[in-house]
Design a protein. Structure first.
Length: 332
């Protein structure tokens, strides 16, 4: 599925990580196997930030939103849509987006809801926001993030060494001259390859997920550029889901992408699920801001299985550096 909008301007991007940091090499030592240590080297994930007790992804999302309001000087009553993409909601009902609306003092003339998506969530969230704003007008706030406090086991699984917590906020409004090209694909027949049960148990077939990334995802990246006649020279940077180093390196080779065009954040933050793309943008603020405006190729892929891409123009002055925060509302 392909589509295009001609008027989607990203006005600001902010990201926040918890202040609690885990060192993966320490856990690899505890696992006591050469395989575990080798996995840390292959994934490239050295550290992960995880939420503290009493802190949630929505707390971090609100921290990001407040930073954007301060930077942009937005009238909060002009916000017509709040989309919160998360797999770590605060309560079963209502949508955590409604709790966020209250915390941010956003007026009633606003649609607010959650979207249960993982690795493809930021890109899909941009598509959802783009479609809604065509009818609602006004401004939109896209929030993405995951993280719920868990006791860290003395000896974790190797899969658990991949994941970190974090959240972001993206401010969006309608303005001509900012095209957004997108593609969206889903294959629910393979949902069991990467899933989390209601009790929190993670199931992941690493080999199949790797093959999916190197086949369907790579093919999709090539097809979108071909469909819209986008040349490689027109893309300044690729912002890919930060699954791990092994997968990103493989996608780069398969798609023939220059290494310096693929930006990363997994080394310090790990796989932050829905938030990996804005985290990577904010983590590379100095590199991206070498130009006043850039063309970005964003691609999210994973849980579902789902894979989604957008190509858009970004004014680089809108990016804020990642904030490390221990803030919590403690209002639930």
């Amino acid at each position: 599925m392909y589509g295009k909008y001609d008027n989607i301007k990203i006005c600001g991007i902010a990201a926040a990580a918890p202040r609690r940091v885990l060192d993966n090499m320490e856990f690899a030592e505890k696992l006591g196997s050469r395989r575990a240590k080798k996995q840390v080297m292959l994934t490239g994930i050295k550290h992960r930030h995880v939420v503290e007790k009493g802190q949630s992804a929505s707390d971090l999302s609100c921290v990001c939103a407040e930073r954007l309001f301060e930077k942009l000087g937005w009238d909060r009553d002009e916000i017509r849509v709040i989309v919160n993409v998360t797999q770590s909601q605060d309560v079963h009902t209502p949508s955590t987006a409604m709790i966020i609306q209250k915390r941010l003092n956003i007026g009633q003339d606003c649609l607010a809801f959650d979207v249960n998506l993982g690795c493809s969530g930021y890109v899909s969230g941009l598509q959802i926001m783009s479609a809604l704003l065509q009818n609602t007008g006004g401004k939109g706030l896209l929030l993405v993030g995951d993280g719920k406090y868990q006791e860290i086991p003395e000896i974790p699984t190797t899969d658990s060494l991949l994941f970190g917590d974090g959240a972001s906020a993206t401010a969006i409004e309608l303005e001509k001259g900012y095209p957004l090209y997108y593609s969206q694909k889903t294959d629910g027949t393979r949902h069991a390859l990467l899933s989390v049960a209601l009790d929190g148990t993670l199931t992941m077939d690493g080999n199949e997920v790797l093959l999916f990334s190197l086949n369907e995802v790579c093919q999709s990246i090539k097809e979108l550029k071909k469909y819209f006649n986008i040349t490689e020279d027109e893309i300044d940077y690729y912002i890919l889901h930060q699954a791990q180093k092994l997968i990103l390196d493989g996608i780069g080779r398969e798609c023939g992408i220059q290494k310096d065009k693929i930006l990363t954040s997994y080394e310090e933050y790990g796989n932050t699920s829905t938030a990996t793309l804005p985290f990577t943008i904010c983590n590379n603020i100095e590199e991206i801001q070498k130009k006043k405006r850039v063309n970005l190729y964003l691609c999210g892929f994973g849980v579902g299985l789902a894979w989604s891409s957008v190509v858009l123009k970004l004014d680089t002055g809108c990016i804020l550096p990642i904030e490390i925060s221990g803030f919590s509302y403690n209002d639930l």
